[in-house]
Design a protein around this ligand. Structure first.
Ligand SMILES: O=C(O)CCC(=O)C(=O)O
Length: 308
């Protein structure tokens, strides 16, 4: 009992001692962001249920997100641009970003100035509530790419599992890896069956402490817990940078896919250096006021002095 009493007195005395150290004056903390709002489903399509699903699983699938006629116009733009980009590769001409040519297949990066439809999709009104709600109320654009793949060009490809982001997926930041990028994949061809280069993910893996083994990552029969996303053309798939993902193998040389990817990040990140490849005219003249906000103010001439 005496021991307890002494201990209690010591604790009280300790709490009453005034701290004699001097600290520099502290400014009250300035909030540069707020928790994402949860928009009412009735007005935006984005709901609290979407948020919870994304938090727990690291992805969200929105089937038939783009209308069929919109998909058809995007496919035409994707094909037109592939022809132009392949020609730029062949002639070593300057292009924004870069283009990967594999046989007849083409994947090209930083596509916003390749076709007005690609720019229009950047801040597609139905998408932005998801970006605001899942990532940041003042998002910035991170990157974009277009894909036309023919199975015959990739029959020996497997593996490719990765996280998105610098330094092997921001892994140096520790666990859980923060949500720094939101990627959106748009299916533009029918991917209702597996084996079409569908997006292959491991649900919930954005919270995983341990990376898969190198052997698992290169297995042609894939990763424990994987999910191949089978969905129609027009589907949008949103996913967290720390979700393990890759493209599924093609079931036959006759299979194939057409896709677009867009990515967003926080406004205090610096985007990709490829953004400097867009022309001054693109930044100054082709972006709508809302689209300008998706880039840092310093890319404009004159620079816009603003935060976010
Ligand atoms: O090729 C694919 O569909 C996978 C895309 C991907 O891994 C990525 O954009 O980070």
């Amino acid at each position: 009992m005496t021991v307890h009493k002494n201990l209690l007195t010591a604790i009280i005395r300790f709490l009453l001692i005034k701290d004699s150290r001097s600290f520099p004056p502290q400014h009250s903390p300035h909030m540069t962001g707020t928790l994402p709002p949860i928009a009412p489903a009735a007005t935006t399509g984005y709901s609290a249920a979407d948020r919870i699903f994304f938090d727990n699983n690291g992805y969200l699938v929105l089937p038939n997100f783009l209308a069929p006629d919109h998909v058809a116009r995007l496919v035409a733009a994707l094909e037109r641009t592939a022809v132009r980009r392949r020609e730029a590769v062949r002639t070593n001409a300057k292009q924004t970003g870069f283009t990967q040519v594999t046989g007849d297949s083409t994947r090209y990066f930083y596509i916003l100035d390749d076709d007005p439809l690609f720019l229009e999709l950047l801040d597609w009104p139905a998408l932005m509530p998801y970006v605001h709600g899942l990532l940041n109320a003042k998002p910035h654009h991170h990157g974009s790419d277009g894909i036309i793949d023919f199975g015959r060009d990739f029959m020996t490809r497997h593996g490719g599992w990765h996280l998105d982001g610098h330094d092997e997926g921001y892994r140096g930041l520790g666990w859980p890896i923060p949500h720094l990028q939101l990627k959106i994949g748009y299916y533009l061809s029918d991917m209702t069956q597996p084996g079409n280069g569908n997006l292959l993910i491991v649900p919930g893996s954005h919270k995983a402490i341990n990376p898969p083994s190198l052997a698992d990552m290169s297995r042609p029969d894939h990763m424990p817990g994987e999910l191949q996303i089978c969905a129609p053309a027009g589907t949008a798939i949103l996913f967290h940078n720390a979700l393990w993902h890759t493209a599924a193998p093609f079931a036959s040389p006759a299979h194939g896919r057409k896709m677009l990817y867009y990515a967003f990040e926080h406004p205090w990140m610096v985007a990709s250096q490829e953004h400097w490849g867009y022309t001054k005219e693109f930044y100054n003249q082709r972006l709508s006021p809302a689209q300008r906000k998706l880039f840092h103010g310093w890319v404009f001439d004159p620079p816009e002095q603003r935060w976010g």
